[in-house]
Design a protein around this ligand. Structure first.
Ligand code: UTP
Length: 459
Protein backbone atom coordinates (compact mmCIF):
# COMPACT_ATOMS: atom_id res chain seq x y z
CA UNK A 1 0.00 0.00 0.00
CA UNK A 2 1.00 3.61 -0.58
CA UNK A 3 3.27 5.25 1.99
CA UNK A 4 2.24 8.54 3.53
CA UNK A 5 3.92 11.58 5.08
CA UNK A 6 2.26 14.76 6.34
CA UNK A 7 2.38 17.53 3.73
CA UNK A 8 3.81 15.35 0.94
CA UNK A 9 0.93 13.17 -0.13
CA UNK A 10 0.56 14.78 -3.57
CA UNK A 11 4.26 14.22 -4.29
CA UNK A 12 3.99 10.59 -3.17
CA UNK A 13 0.83 10.03 -5.20
CA UNK A 14 2.53 11.44 -8.31
CA UNK A 15 5.35 8.89 -8.03
CA UNK A 16 2.93 5.98 -7.65
CA UNK A 17 0.91 7.23 -10.61
CA UNK A 18 4.05 7.18 -12.76
CA UNK A 19 5.17 3.76 -11.49
CA UNK A 20 8.20 5.20 -9.74
CA UNK A 21 7.40 3.97 -6.23
CA UNK A 22 10.62 1.91 -6.11
CA UNK A 23 12.30 5.11 -4.89
CA UNK A 24 10.71 4.25 -1.52
CA UNK A 25 12.52 0.89 -1.39
CA UNK A 26 14.33 1.90 1.82
CA UNK A 27 11.49 3.91 3.34
CA UNK A 28 11.10 1.76 6.48
CA UNK A 29 14.81 2.08 7.28
CA UNK A 30 14.92 5.90 7.02
CA UNK A 31 14.87 8.31 9.95
CA UNK A 32 12.24 11.07 9.94
CA UNK A 33 14.86 13.55 8.73
CA UNK A 34 15.96 11.27 5.88
CA UNK A 35 12.35 10.69 4.83
CA UNK A 36 11.93 14.44 4.54
CA UNK A 37 15.18 14.77 2.58
CA UNK A 38 14.00 12.16 0.10
CA UNK A 39 10.60 13.78 -0.29
CA UNK A 40 12.12 17.23 -0.77
CA UNK A 41 14.40 15.79 -3.42
CA UNK A 42 11.40 14.18 -5.12
CA UNK A 43 9.30 17.36 -4.93
CA UNK A 44 11.78 19.12 -7.20
CA UNK A 45 11.43 16.45 -9.88
CA UNK A 46 9.07 16.79 -12.83
CA UNK A 47 8.12 13.13 -13.32
CA UNK A 48 5.89 13.72 -16.35
CA UNK A 49 8.66 15.65 -18.10
CA UNK A 50 11.10 12.80 -17.42
CA UNK A 51 8.59 10.32 -18.74
CA UNK A 52 8.35 12.16 -22.04
CA UNK A 53 12.14 12.57 -22.20
CA UNK A 54 12.44 8.82 -21.76
CA UNK A 55 9.92 8.14 -24.53
CA UNK A 56 11.87 10.41 -26.87
CA UNK A 57 15.16 8.77 -25.85
CA UNK A 58 13.81 5.36 -26.85
CA UNK A 59 12.30 6.34 -30.16
CA UNK A 60 14.25 6.91 -33.34
CA UNK A 61 12.65 10.13 -34.53
CA UNK A 62 13.74 11.28 -37.98
CA UNK A 63 15.36 14.71 -38.08
CA UNK A 64 12.53 17.14 -38.85
CA UNK A 65 14.71 19.68 -40.63
CA UNK A 66 17.08 19.83 -43.52
CA UNK A 67 20.31 21.79 -43.44
CA UNK A 68 22.72 23.87 -45.45
CA UNK A 69 26.21 24.94 -44.36
CA UNK A 70 26.34 28.22 -42.41
CA UNK A 71 27.86 31.34 -43.92
CA UNK A 72 30.88 32.67 -42.03
CA UNK A 73 33.40 35.47 -41.96
CA UNK A 74 36.68 33.87 -42.99
CA UNK A 75 40.14 34.64 -41.63
CA UNK A 76 41.16 37.86 -43.46
CA UNK A 77 43.31 37.54 -46.57
CA UNK A 78 42.78 40.70 -48.60
CA UNK A 79 43.67 44.28 -47.65
CA UNK A 80 39.98 45.08 -47.49
CA UNK A 81 39.27 42.21 -45.11
CA UNK A 82 42.20 43.25 -42.98
CA UNK A 83 40.81 46.76 -42.79
CA UNK A 84 37.47 45.38 -41.63
CA UNK A 85 39.27 43.38 -38.95
CA UNK A 86 41.13 46.46 -37.73
CA UNK A 87 37.87 48.34 -37.55
CA UNK A 88 36.29 45.50 -35.55
CA UNK A 89 39.30 45.45 -33.22
CA UNK A 90 39.02 49.16 -32.50
CA UNK A 91 35.34 48.80 -31.77
CA UNK A 92 35.88 45.76 -29.56
CA UNK A 93 38.68 47.46 -27.63
CA UNK A 94 36.48 50.41 -26.88
CA UNK A 95 33.68 48.13 -25.67
CA UNK A 96 36.08 46.26 -23.37
CA UNK A 97 37.69 49.48 -22.09
CA UNK A 98 34.24 50.85 -21.26
CA UNK A 99 33.65 47.89 -18.93
CA UNK A 100 30.92 46.32 -21.04
CA UNK A 101 32.24 42.75 -21.11
CA UNK A 102 32.04 39.96 -18.55
CA UNK A 103 33.76 36.57 -18.87
CA UNK A 104 31.58 33.51 -18.35
CA UNK A 105 33.17 30.16 -17.64
CA UNK A 106 31.09 27.00 -17.57
CA UNK A 107 32.71 24.48 -15.27
CA UNK A 108 29.83 22.41 -13.98
CA UNK A 109 30.63 19.25 -15.94
CA UNK A 110 31.69 16.01 -14.33
CA UNK A 111 34.89 15.55 -16.32
CA UNK A 112 34.22 11.81 -16.48
CA UNK A 113 36.63 11.14 -19.32
CA UNK A 114 39.53 12.87 -17.56
CA UNK A 115 38.81 10.94 -14.39
CA UNK A 116 40.45 13.52 -12.12
CA UNK A 117 39.56 13.71 -8.46
CA UNK A 118 38.54 17.34 -8.24
CA UNK A 119 37.10 20.06 -10.48
CA UNK A 120 38.45 19.78 -14.02
CA UNK A 121 39.64 23.39 -13.75
CA UNK A 122 42.09 22.36 -11.01
CA UNK A 123 43.89 20.05 -13.44
CA UNK A 124 47.53 21.10 -13.99
CA UNK A 125 48.14 21.82 -17.68
CA UNK A 126 50.88 24.46 -17.92
CA UNK A 127 53.67 22.59 -19.79
CA UNK A 128 56.38 24.30 -17.73
CA UNK A 129 54.60 26.02 -14.85
CA UNK A 130 52.21 23.18 -14.07
CA UNK A 131 49.54 25.84 -13.54
CA UNK A 132 45.95 24.66 -13.56
CA UNK A 133 43.26 25.55 -16.09
CA UNK A 134 41.58 27.85 -13.54
CA UNK A 135 44.92 29.52 -12.85
CA UNK A 136 45.61 30.16 -16.53
CA UNK A 137 42.08 31.51 -17.12
CA UNK A 138 42.40 33.71 -14.03
CA UNK A 139 45.73 35.15 -15.20
CA UNK A 140 44.21 35.93 -18.59
CA UNK A 141 41.37 37.86 -17.02
CA UNK A 142 43.87 39.76 -14.88
CA UNK A 143 45.96 40.51 -17.94
CA UNK A 144 43.03 41.75 -20.04
CA UNK A 145 41.75 43.88 -17.15
CA UNK A 146 45.14 45.51 -16.88
CA UNK A 147 45.63 45.88 -20.63
CA UNK A 148 42.28 47.63 -21.06
CA UNK A 149 42.38 49.35 -17.68
CA UNK A 150 38.96 48.07 -16.73
CA UNK A 151 37.08 45.62 -14.55
CA UNK A 152 36.12 42.33 -16.18
CA UNK A 153 33.71 40.44 -13.94
CA UNK A 154 34.27 36.69 -14.03
CA UNK A 155 31.20 34.45 -13.79
CA UNK A 156 31.89 30.82 -13.06
CA UNK A 157 29.19 28.18 -13.25
CA UNK A 158 29.74 25.03 -11.20
CA UNK A 159 27.39 22.22 -10.20
CA UNK A 160 26.75 20.55 -6.84
CA UNK A 161 29.26 17.93 -7.96
CA UNK A 162 32.15 20.41 -7.70
CA UNK A 163 30.83 23.70 -6.31
CA UNK A 164 32.43 23.58 -2.85
CA UNK A 165 35.71 22.22 -4.16
CA UNK A 166 35.82 25.04 -6.74
CA UNK A 167 35.10 27.74 -4.16
CA UNK A 168 37.81 26.26 -1.89
CA UNK A 169 40.25 26.15 -4.78
CA UNK A 170 39.73 29.83 -5.56
CA UNK A 171 39.78 30.86 -1.91
CA UNK A 172 43.01 29.09 -1.00
CA UNK A 173 44.69 30.53 -4.10
CA UNK A 174 43.41 34.02 -3.37
CA UNK A 175 41.47 34.21 -6.63
CA UNK A 176 44.73 34.22 -8.58
CA UNK A 177 45.22 37.88 -7.78
CA UNK A 178 41.76 38.98 -8.91
CA UNK A 179 39.51 40.97 -6.62
CA UNK A 180 37.02 38.64 -4.98
CA UNK A 181 34.12 41.04 -5.50
CA UNK A 182 34.48 40.64 -9.26
CA UNK A 183 34.40 36.83 -9.25
CA UNK A 184 31.02 35.08 -8.99
CA UNK A 185 30.82 31.33 -8.48
CA UNK A 186 27.37 29.76 -8.65
CA UNK A 187 25.94 26.29 -9.30
CA UNK A 188 23.73 25.10 -12.13
CA UNK A 189 20.65 22.88 -11.95
CA UNK A 190 20.61 19.11 -11.76
CA UNK A 191 18.23 16.68 -13.49
CA UNK A 192 17.58 13.04 -12.52
CA UNK A 193 19.08 10.31 -14.67
CA UNK A 194 16.96 7.28 -15.58
CA UNK A 195 17.79 3.60 -15.99
CA UNK A 196 17.24 1.90 -19.33
CA UNK A 197 13.64 1.07 -18.43
CA UNK A 198 12.84 4.67 -17.53
CA UNK A 199 13.03 4.33 -13.74
CA UNK A 200 14.52 6.91 -11.38
CA UNK A 201 17.82 5.82 -9.83
CA UNK A 202 18.81 6.09 -6.16
CA UNK A 203 22.22 7.50 -5.27
CA UNK A 204 21.69 6.48 -1.65
CA UNK A 205 18.70 5.50 0.51
CA UNK A 206 17.32 9.04 0.58
CA UNK A 207 18.42 10.81 -2.60
CA UNK A 208 18.13 10.44 -6.34
CA UNK A 209 20.97 10.12 -8.77
CA UNK A 210 21.12 13.35 -10.78
CA UNK A 211 23.47 14.91 -13.28
CA UNK A 212 24.17 18.59 -14.06
CA UNK A 213 21.70 19.75 -16.73
CA UNK A 214 24.36 20.43 -19.37
CA UNK A 215 26.12 23.65 -20.44
CA UNK A 216 22.74 24.66 -21.85
CA UNK A 217 21.68 25.07 -18.24
CA UNK A 218 24.08 28.00 -18.01
CA UNK A 219 21.68 30.60 -19.39
CA UNK A 220 18.98 29.72 -16.86
CA UNK A 221 21.63 29.58 -14.13
CA UNK A 222 22.64 33.18 -14.96
CA UNK A 223 19.05 34.16 -14.26
CA UNK A 224 18.40 32.08 -11.11
CA UNK A 225 21.72 33.06 -9.53
CA UNK A 226 20.82 36.74 -9.87
CA UNK A 227 23.73 37.30 -12.23
CA UNK A 228 21.68 38.95 -14.96
CA UNK A 229 20.62 41.74 -12.61
CA UNK A 230 24.10 42.00 -11.12
CA UNK A 231 25.61 42.37 -14.60
CA UNK A 232 22.98 44.92 -15.59
CA UNK A 233 23.80 46.95 -12.52
CA UNK A 234 27.42 46.94 -13.60
CA UNK A 235 26.58 48.11 -17.11
CA UNK A 236 27.65 44.86 -18.79
CA UNK A 237 26.34 44.37 -22.34
CA UNK A 238 28.30 41.35 -23.58
CA UNK A 239 28.90 37.95 -21.99
CA UNK A 240 31.95 36.10 -23.27
CA UNK A 241 31.28 32.38 -22.89
CA UNK A 242 34.03 29.76 -22.69
CA UNK A 243 34.60 26.24 -21.40
CA UNK A 244 36.94 25.18 -18.68
CA UNK A 245 38.93 22.65 -20.67
CA UNK A 246 40.46 24.91 -23.33
CA UNK A 247 43.69 26.57 -22.11
CA UNK A 248 44.18 28.39 -25.43
CA UNK A 249 40.84 30.20 -25.55
CA UNK A 250 41.11 33.98 -26.04
CA UNK A 251 38.71 34.78 -23.23
CA UNK A 252 38.45 38.41 -24.23
CA UNK A 253 39.00 38.84 -27.96
CA UNK A 254 38.67 42.45 -29.17
CA UNK A 255 38.17 41.47 -32.83
CA UNK A 256 35.42 38.96 -32.06
CA UNK A 257 33.76 41.39 -29.66
CA UNK A 258 34.03 44.17 -32.24
CA UNK A 259 32.20 42.14 -34.91
CA UNK A 260 29.56 41.19 -32.35
CA UNK A 261 28.95 44.80 -31.39
CA UNK A 262 29.15 46.10 -34.95
CA UNK A 263 26.55 43.59 -36.14
CA UNK A 264 24.38 44.03 -33.05
CA UNK A 265 24.30 40.24 -32.73
CA UNK A 266 22.38 38.33 -30.06
CA UNK A 267 24.85 35.46 -30.23
CA UNK A 268 28.21 35.36 -31.98
CA UNK A 269 30.18 32.18 -32.38
CA UNK A 270 33.66 31.20 -33.43
CA UNK A 271 34.04 28.40 -35.91
CA UNK A 272 37.11 26.43 -36.95
CA UNK A 273 37.84 24.34 -40.05
CA UNK A 274 37.21 20.68 -39.38
CA UNK A 275 40.38 18.58 -39.56
CA UNK A 276 38.56 16.03 -41.71
CA UNK A 277 35.11 14.61 -42.44
CA UNK A 278 35.05 12.39 -39.36
CA UNK A 279 36.23 14.86 -36.75
CA UNK A 280 33.83 14.55 -33.83
CA UNK A 281 32.68 18.15 -33.53
CA UNK A 282 29.33 19.79 -34.15
CA UNK A 283 29.08 21.96 -37.28
CA UNK A 284 27.41 25.28 -37.95
CA UNK A 285 24.39 25.06 -40.23
CA UNK A 286 21.51 27.05 -41.64
CA UNK A 287 18.31 25.17 -41.04
CA UNK A 288 15.41 24.82 -43.45
CA UNK A 289 13.25 26.90 -41.07
CA UNK A 290 15.56 29.84 -41.72
CA UNK A 291 17.34 29.69 -38.36
CA UNK A 292 21.04 29.24 -37.66
CA UNK A 293 22.22 26.43 -35.44
CA UNK A 294 24.73 23.74 -34.68
CA UNK A 295 24.25 20.16 -35.69
CA UNK A 296 25.85 17.58 -33.42
CA UNK A 297 28.34 15.20 -34.96
CA UNK A 298 26.16 12.27 -33.90
CA UNK A 299 23.15 13.73 -35.74
CA UNK A 300 24.96 14.00 -39.08
CA UNK A 301 24.59 11.28 -41.66
CA UNK A 302 27.83 9.96 -43.18
CA UNK A 303 26.72 11.50 -46.45
CA UNK A 304 26.58 14.93 -44.79
CA UNK A 305 29.94 14.45 -43.10
CA UNK A 306 31.58 13.46 -46.37
CA UNK A 307 29.91 16.03 -48.64
CA UNK A 308 32.40 18.06 -50.72
CA UNK A 309 31.96 21.11 -52.92
CA UNK A 310 33.25 21.26 -56.54
CA UNK A 311 36.64 22.48 -55.25
CA UNK A 312 36.89 19.37 -53.09
CA UNK A 313 36.45 21.18 -49.76
CA UNK A 314 34.15 19.87 -47.05
CA UNK A 315 30.68 21.38 -47.35
CA UNK A 316 29.98 21.27 -43.60
CA UNK A 317 33.38 22.60 -42.66
CA UNK A 318 32.86 24.98 -39.73
CA UNK A 319 33.40 23.02 -36.50
CA UNK A 320 32.35 24.30 -33.11
CA UNK A 321 35.10 25.12 -30.57
CA UNK A 322 32.44 26.24 -28.02
CA UNK A 323 33.35 29.93 -27.91
CA UNK A 324 30.43 32.36 -27.98
CA UNK A 325 29.41 35.89 -27.17
CA UNK A 326 25.91 36.58 -25.88
CA UNK A 327 24.29 39.93 -25.58
CA UNK A 328 23.06 40.28 -22.00
CA UNK A 329 19.81 41.71 -23.31
CA UNK A 330 19.21 38.54 -25.31
CA UNK A 331 19.86 36.23 -22.32
CA UNK A 332 17.57 38.40 -20.24
CA UNK A 333 14.91 38.14 -22.89
CA UNK A 334 14.94 34.40 -23.43
CA UNK A 335 15.12 33.54 -19.72
CA UNK A 336 12.42 35.93 -18.56
CA UNK A 337 9.56 34.30 -16.66
CA UNK A 338 11.54 31.06 -16.37
CA UNK A 339 10.42 30.29 -19.88
CA UNK A 340 13.65 29.13 -21.54
CA UNK A 341 13.17 25.55 -22.62
CA UNK A 342 16.12 24.28 -24.59
CA UNK A 343 15.72 20.70 -25.79
CA UNK A 344 17.30 17.86 -23.83
CA UNK A 345 19.81 15.56 -25.49
CA UNK A 346 20.24 12.07 -24.19
CA UNK A 347 23.38 9.99 -23.67
CA UNK A 348 23.78 6.45 -22.40
CA UNK A 349 26.30 6.49 -19.56
CA UNK A 350 27.56 4.29 -16.72
CA UNK A 351 25.93 5.14 -13.39
CA UNK A 352 26.69 3.97 -9.85
CA UNK A 353 23.26 2.97 -8.53
CA UNK A 354 21.82 1.72 -5.25
CA UNK A 355 19.24 -1.00 -5.77
CA UNK A 356 18.09 -4.19 -4.08
CA UNK A 357 20.31 -3.55 -1.10
CA UNK A 358 23.62 -2.92 -2.86
CA UNK A 359 25.58 -0.64 -5.19
CA UNK A 360 26.24 -1.66 -8.75
CA UNK A 361 27.30 -0.03 -11.98
CA UNK A 362 24.37 0.16 -14.35
CA UNK A 363 23.78 1.82 -17.69
CA UNK A 364 21.32 4.63 -17.80
CA UNK A 365 20.23 7.79 -19.56
CA UNK A 366 21.62 11.20 -18.69
CA UNK A 367 19.80 14.22 -20.07
CA UNK A 368 21.63 17.43 -20.91
CA UNK A 369 20.90 20.75 -22.56
CA UNK A 370 23.42 22.31 -24.96
CA UNK A 371 24.15 26.02 -24.93
CA UNK A 372 24.25 26.26 -28.72
CA UNK A 373 20.58 25.29 -28.90
CA UNK A 374 20.00 28.94 -28.01
CA UNK A 375 21.36 29.94 -31.44
CA UNK A 376 18.09 29.22 -33.29
CA UNK A 377 16.32 31.51 -30.81
CA UNK A 378 18.45 34.48 -31.82
CA UNK A 379 17.32 37.06 -34.33
CA UNK A 380 20.86 37.95 -35.31
CA UNK A 381 23.88 35.66 -35.14
CA UNK A 382 27.34 35.80 -36.63
CA UNK A 383 30.01 33.20 -37.22
CA UNK A 384 33.66 34.15 -37.27
CA UNK A 385 36.36 31.76 -38.41
CA UNK A 386 39.25 31.32 -36.00
CA UNK A 387 42.57 29.60 -36.58
CA UNK A 388 42.38 26.33 -34.67
CA UNK A 389 46.02 26.26 -33.48
CA UNK A 390 45.61 29.72 -32.02
CA UNK A 391 42.60 29.02 -29.94
CA UNK A 392 41.70 25.41 -29.38
CA UNK A 393 43.39 22.82 -27.17
CA UNK A 394 40.67 20.71 -25.58
CA UNK A 395 41.52 18.67 -22.49
CA UNK A 396 38.97 15.85 -22.55
CA UNK A 397 40.86 12.58 -22.03
CA UNK A 398 43.57 11.22 -19.77
CA UNK A 399 45.82 10.38 -22.70
CA UNK A 400 45.79 10.17 -26.48
CA UNK A 401 43.47 12.37 -28.52
CA UNK A 402 42.34 15.67 -26.93
CA UNK A 403 44.27 15.00 -23.76
CA UNK A 404 46.53 16.89 -21.41
CA UNK A 405 49.52 15.85 -23.52
CA UNK A 406 48.08 17.18 -26.77
CA UNK A 407 47.00 20.40 -25.05
CA UNK A 408 50.51 20.97 -23.63
CA UNK A 409 52.03 20.35 -27.04
CA UNK A 410 49.59 22.83 -28.65
CA UNK A 411 50.41 25.45 -25.99
CA UNK A 412 54.10 24.93 -26.65
CA UNK A 413 53.67 25.25 -30.43
CA UNK A 414 51.71 28.46 -30.05
CA UNK A 415 54.45 29.94 -27.85
CA UNK A 416 56.98 29.21 -30.58
CA UNK A 417 54.68 30.78 -33.16
CA UNK A 418 54.33 33.96 -31.08
CA UNK A 419 58.07 34.18 -30.54
CA UNK A 420 58.65 33.77 -34.28
CA UNK A 421 56.05 36.45 -35.03
CA UNK A 422 58.04 38.82 -32.81
CA UNK A 423 61.41 37.74 -34.22
CA UNK A 424 62.54 36.66 -30.77
CA UNK A 425 65.22 33.99 -31.18
CA UNK A 426 64.79 30.68 -29.36
CA UNK A 427 68.04 29.01 -28.21
CA UNK A 428 68.66 25.53 -29.69
CA UNK A 429 68.55 23.94 -26.30
CA UNK A 430 65.06 25.28 -25.61
CA UNK A 431 62.38 22.70 -26.29
CA UNK A 432 59.42 23.89 -24.26
CA UNK A 433 58.22 27.45 -23.78
CA UNK A 434 55.20 28.53 -21.80
CA UNK A 435 54.13 32.16 -21.83
CA UNK A 436 52.22 33.41 -18.82
CA UNK A 437 49.15 35.44 -19.80
CA UNK A 438 50.51 38.08 -17.42
CA UNK A 439 53.40 38.49 -19.83
CA UNK A 440 51.37 38.38 -23.06
CA UNK A 441 47.82 37.60 -24.15
CA UNK A 442 48.70 38.07 -27.80
CA UNK A 443 51.98 38.14 -29.71
CA UNK A 444 52.03 41.96 -29.84
CA UNK A 445 52.48 42.04 -26.05
CA UNK A 446 55.61 39.93 -26.23
CA UNK A 447 59.11 41.36 -25.82
CA UNK A 448 62.39 40.29 -24.24
CA UNK A 449 64.54 37.20 -24.61
CA UNK A 450 64.30 33.48 -24.18
CA UNK A 451 66.99 32.30 -21.75
CA UNK A 452 68.99 29.25 -22.87
CA UNK A 453 67.27 26.49 -20.89
CA UNK A 454 65.44 23.37 -21.99
CA UNK A 455 62.17 24.48 -20.44
CA UNK A 456 61.35 28.15 -20.17
CA UNK A 457 58.50 29.91 -18.43
CA UNK A 458 58.12 33.50 -19.58
CA UNK A 459 56.26 35.22 -16.75
P1 UTP B 1 31.92 18.33 -21.74
O1 UTP B 1 30.67 18.08 -22.47
O2 UTP B 1 33.20 18.07 -22.41
O3 UTP B 1 31.82 17.50 -20.37
O4 UTP B 1 31.86 19.79 -21.19
P2 UTP B 1 32.84 17.34 -19.17
O5 UTP B 1 32.03 17.26 -17.95
O6 UTP B 1 33.90 18.38 -19.14
O7 UTP B 1 33.53 15.95 -19.46
P3 UTP B 1 32.94 14.49 -19.64
O8 UTP B 1 32.08 14.51 -20.87
O9 UTP B 1 32.18 14.13 -18.41
O10 UTP B 1 34.19 13.67 -19.82
C1 UTP B 1 32.22 20.91 -21.92
C2 UTP B 1 32.17 22.10 -20.99
O11 UTP B 1 30.85 22.30 -20.51
C3 UTP B 1 30.84 22.30 -19.09
C4 UTP B 1 32.08 21.55 -18.68
O12 UTP B 1 32.46 21.88 -17.37
C5 UTP B 1 33.06 21.99 -19.75
O13 UTP B 1 33.56 23.27 -19.46
N1 UTP B 1 29.61 21.66 -18.60
C6 UTP B 1 29.20 20.46 -19.09
C7 UTP B 1 28.88 22.30 -17.62
O14 UTP B 1 29.24 23.40 -17.15
N2 UTP B 1 27.75 21.69 -17.16
C8 UTP B 1 27.31 20.51 -17.62
O15 UTP B 1 26.27 20.02 -17.16
C9 UTP B 1 28.06 19.88 -18.62
Amino acid sequence: CMISFPGYDTVIQELYTHNQEHVFEYWDELSGKEKKLLLDDLSSVDVSQLESLFTTACSETPAPLTYAPAAYTAVPRTAEENELYSQARRMGEEHIRNGKVAAFLVAGGQGTRLGFDGPKGAYPVGPVSGKSLFHIHGEKIRAYSKKYDTVIPWLIMTSVVNHEATVDYFTTRKYFGLRKEHVFIFPQNMIPSLDLSGKLILKNCYSLFKNPDGHGGSLTALRTSGMISEMERRGIATISYFQVDNPLVKIIDPVFIGFHVMEKADISSKGMMKTGPREKVGVFVERSDGKSGILEYSDMTEEMQDARDPKGDLVYCMGNPAIHLFSLEFIKDITSGGSLSLPYHVAKKKIEALRSGGYSEIRGYKFEKFVFDAIPLAKKTILLETVREEEFAPVKNKSGEDSVETARELMNRLSFKWLAARNIPVPDITKVVEISPLRAVEPEDLAGEVPPREKVYLD
